[in-house]
Design a protein around this ligand. Structure first.
Ligand SMILES: Cc1cc2nc3c(=O)[nH]c(=O)nc-3n(C[C@H](O)[C@H](O)[C@H](O)COP(=O)(O)OP(=O)(O)OC[C@H]3O[C@@H](n4cnc5c(N)ncnc54)[C@H](O)[C@@H]3O)c2cc1C
Length: 411
C-alpha cells in the first residue's frame, strides 16, 4: 500500500540547497516536506567544504562549524606562492555539522524531514505538469503531493530528469578526497596544487579542517580527461608529492567522492510548479568548482519565491520566474567570466603554470580572493587590467574585462 502525503512545498534533497529552501519556505508559514534518501543528513560527504567567512556570517552559520583560513598557497611543478592575509577570509567547513545545522534550522521552523526516502518518480496532472513525487520510504511505497516541488537533488537532478526537462551534465568535475589525521598541520594555510603531476585537468588540494586533520583531494574535469581521481590521489599520497610531504605521518579517517556540474548556467530553472536549485541547477563557480554558498543563498531565494507563489494562489512558470531572474542577475556574468579563466587554465602546460604562479604572486590578498571566488566586480577588474604594474597581471584580468566590455557595448 502506498502512503500518501499532502504538502504545500516538497523539497527533494537534504543538502545545503534543499535545507535552505525548506527553512525559508517554512519560515514563511507554509507546509513543507524535506526528503532525503540517506539515513541521516550528510551521511555521505561529497564535498571539500571550502567557503568564505563573509557568507558564513551572512548565513549565521555557528562559529564551531568551520576552520578559518588566511594563507593561500599554490604550487606547480617548479614554483610556489603563498598569499598571506592579516585576517582569515576563507574557511573549511565541518560539512556534517553545517549541513545538519541547516536541516535543523528548517525543522525548527516546522519542516517535516523524511529520511531514508528515495524519490524515483514524478506525479503529473492532466496537463503534464508536476504535482508530486513518489519513491520508496522507510515503510515502502510513498507519494508526496505538492503545489510546488523544489528539485535540490544535486548532481543527479532526479526530479527534473524524471520530468524529461534535463539530461545528464556533459561537462563536470569528479573529485576524490581523503580526510586524514596528519602529524604537522598548518591550520591557517590551504594548498592548491596545479600541473600534470597533480591533476591532468584540474587541481589537487590540502584543506585543513582542525588541529591535526586535513582533507587531501584531487579534482579532474570531464570530458577533458578520462582518468579517475582516486588512483591519482593515492599516488600523490603514497609518493608524498609536493606539500603533502610536509604533513608527516598520515592516517586516513574517511574517503569522500563526488561529482559537480561544470556546464555553465545552461539550464532553465523554473517550470510550472517546479524550481531547480543548487547543483541540480548548475549553480557552481567553475574556477574552483565551489557551490555551497550558492546552494544556501539561492535555496533561500527558492523557498521564499515558492512560498510567496503558493500564498498568491499561482504557481505556474511565470509566477516563479522571478527566482531565475534574481539568481542569474547575481551570478551569471561572474560565472561566464570565471569560465573564461578556467578555459585558459585547462590549456596551461607545466611550464606555463610555473609562470602563471608568478602572476598570482603579484596579487594582493583581496585581489586574489575576488579572483578565485569569481567575484569579478567590473570596476575592480578594469583597474587591474589597466593599471596593474605587471603586464602579465593586466593580461590575465583583460580576459575577464574584455568579455564584460563587449557585453556592455552590445547592450
Ligand atoms: C569533490 C568535490 C569537492 C567540492 N568542494 C567544494 C568546496 O570546497 N566548496 C564548495 O562550495 N563546493 C564544493 N563542491 C560543490 C558542492 O559540494 C556543491 O555545489 C553543493 O553540495 C551543492 O549542494 P546541493 O544541496 O545542491 O547538492 P548536494 O549537496 O549534492 O545535496 C543533494 C542531496 O540530495 C539527496 N538526494 C539525491 N537524490 C535524491 C533522491 N532521489 N531522493 C532523495 N534525496 C536525494 C542527496 O543524498 C543529497 O543529500 C565540491 C564538490 C565535489 C564533488
Amino acid at each position: 500500500m502506498t502512503i500518501e502525503y499532502y504538502y504545500d512545498v516538497v523539497v527533494v534533497g537534504g543538502g545545503p540547497a534543499g535545507s535552505s529552501a525548506a527553512w525559508e519556505a517554512s519560515k514563511n508559514g507554509i507546509k513543507v516536506a524535506l526528503i532525503e534518501k540517506e539515513e541521516t543528513i550528510a551521511q555521505t560527504v561529497r564535498t571539500s567544504g571550502v567557503t568564505w567567512i563573509q557568507n558564513i556570517k551572512e548565513f549565521e552559520i555557528p562559529d564551531d562549524c568551520y576552520n578559518p583560513i588566511r594563507n593561500y598557497s599554490f604550487c606547480s611543478q617548479n614554483n610556489e606562492v603563498t598569499i598571506k592575509d592579516k585576517v582569515p577570509h576563507a574557511a573549511v567547513l565541518d560539512v556534517r555539522k553545517t549541513y545538519r545545522w541547516l536541516a535543523d534550522q528548517a525543522k525548527q521552523e516546522g519542516t517535516d524531514i523524511f529520511l531514508k526516502t528515495n524519490i524515483t518518480n514524478v506525479v503529473k496532472n492532466n496537463e503534464g505538469d508536476i504535482v508530486g513525487v513518489s519513491g520508496t520510504g522507510k515503510n515502502g511505497e510513498i507519494t508526496f503531493h505538492a503545489k510546488i516541488i523544489i528539485d535540490a537533488s544535486g548532481f543527479s537532478s532526479t526530479v527534473s530528469k524524471s520530468m524529461g526537462f534535463v539530461t545528464q551534465w556533459e561537462r563536470f568535475g569528479v573529485g576524490a578526497e581523503f580526510e586524514v589525521n596528519a602529524e604537522n598541520v598548518d591550520q591557517d594555510t590551504w594548498w592548491l596544487m596545479v600541473g600534470q603531476k597533480y591533476s591532468p585537468a584540474g587541481y589537487a588540494w590540502i584543506f585543513p579542517v582542525a588541529k591535526n586533520i586535513v582533507r587531501i583531494g584531487v579534482g579532474i574535469g570531464k570530458p577533458e580527461s578520462k582518468e579517475d581521481p582516486t588512483e591519482r590521489l593515492k599516488k600523490l599520497i603514497d609518493s608524498k608529492a609536493g606539500p603533502i610531504s610536509k604533513l608527516g605521518k598520515i592516517t586516513p579517517i574517511e574517503f569522500h567522492y563526488g561529482l559537480i556540474p561544470n556546464d555553465g548556467l545552461s539550464r532553465k530553472t523554473v517550470y510550472n510548479n517546479l524550481i531547480l536549485v543548487g547543483d541540480s541547477a548548475g549553480q557552481a563557480n567553475p574556477l574552483v568548482l565551489e557551490g555551497i554558498r550558492y546552494a544556501i543563498k539561492f535555496g533561500r531565494v527558492a523557498g521564499r519565491i515558492a512560498s510567496n507563489a503558493i500564498k498568491s494562489g499561482t504557481t505556474d512558470e511565470s509566477s516563479l520566474y522571478i527566482y531565475e531572474k534574481i539568481w542569474k542577475e547575481e551570478i551569471q556574468d561572474k560565472i561566464k567570466a570565471a569560465g573564461k579563466v578556467q578555459n585558459r587554465w585547462l590549456k596551461l602546460s607545466d611550464e606555463e603554470w610555473d609562470k602563471e604562479l608568478d602572476i598570482i604572486k603579484e596579487l594582493r590578498p583581496e585581489e586574489f580572493l575576488d579572483f578565485i571566488k569569481a567575484d569579478f566586480g567590473l570596476s575592480n577588474m578594469i583597474k587591474l587590467a589597466t593599471h596593474h604594474p605587471k603586464l602579465a597581471v593586466r593580461q590575465l584580468f583583460n580576459l575577464v574585462t574584455e568579455w564584460k566590455r563587449q557585453k556592455t557595448i552590445f547592450k
